[in-house]
Design a protein around this ligand. Structure first.
Ligand code: ZN
Length: 232
């Protein structure tokens, strides 16, 4: 019986080779999309363990946070850049789930993020439709497995640009909409410590805009977690 399964597995592997998204190696088990070597090669920041880390500093004086972190360094021409491209533009959702689980495990281990629920930073609806998913929501799904807390993906929404806003110039209109978020269900987050999640943090402007809207709900505590941060 076991033999039959082995034969079936090797035939399947020939037809649909299961290889590492990072390096193409087939030394990888079926439950994962990254081999051990690639997982070890992703440069970790360990920011989750350190108060006053560089990601927290981005938000000082701008957004009232209990804590903030980004798990990996993003550098050009790197493994992380390749993975981000696969995840964001090539529809590799499995990879996002695995990266989310890695984020969740690290955050849990740090003991610094006593959070009750995950909030993915919403994408514009048209962008999400084009991409097939919101990458932040996929990360949250993976993180939720590790952290055992719910994902609230309907709490805050990001309205689509509308062509009726014709009075403003295109750039100005875009800037206006970039920072626009609407709290659709404030009762679901009342008295909670929320972890707002996105894939990359650079200037923090979008997270700041979204976070400040979440903080309008009654007695909300807020933290931020991103998959990666651009290293300078
Ligand atoms: Zn690999």
């Amino acid at each position: 019986m076991i033999k039959l399964k082995e034969i079936k597995d090797s035939v399947l592997h020939l037809l649909f080779p299961h290889v590492c998204t990072g390096c193409g190696s087939d030394k990888i088990n079926n439950e994962t999309v990254l081999c051990m070597r690639c997982m070890d090669a992703i440069p970790e920041t360990n920011f989750e363990q350190h108060p006053d880390n560089p990601v927290e500093k981005i938000f000082w004086g701008r957004l009232r946070l209990a804590g903030a972190t980004a798990q990996f360094y993003f550098t050009k021409e790197s493994l992380v850049q390749h993975l981000m491209h696969q995840f964001k533009y090539k529809g590799n959702k499995e990879l996002g789930l695995q990266l989310g689980r890695m984020m969740g495990e690290q955050i849990k281990k740090s003991g610094r993020f006593d959070v009750d629920a995950l909030i993915p930073l919403p994408l514009f609806p048209a962008k999400e439709k084009r991409r097939g998913y919101n990458q932040a929501a996929v990360l949250c799904e993976g993180m939720a497995e590790a952290l055992k807390i719910p994902v609230l993906d309907k709490t805050i929404i990001r309205p689509q640009h509308t062509e009726t806003q014709t009075k403003k110039g295109r750039i100005e209109r875009w800037k206006n909409m970039e920072g626009k978020f609407i709290l659709s269900d404030s009762s679901s987050i009342r008295n909670k410590h929320l972890l707002l999640v996105d894939d990359v943090v650079t200037t923090g402007a979008t997270l700041e805009a979204c976070g400040n809207v979440l903080l309008q709900a009654e007695n909300v505590k807020l933290s931020v977690a991103c998959l990666c941060v651009a290293s300078r």
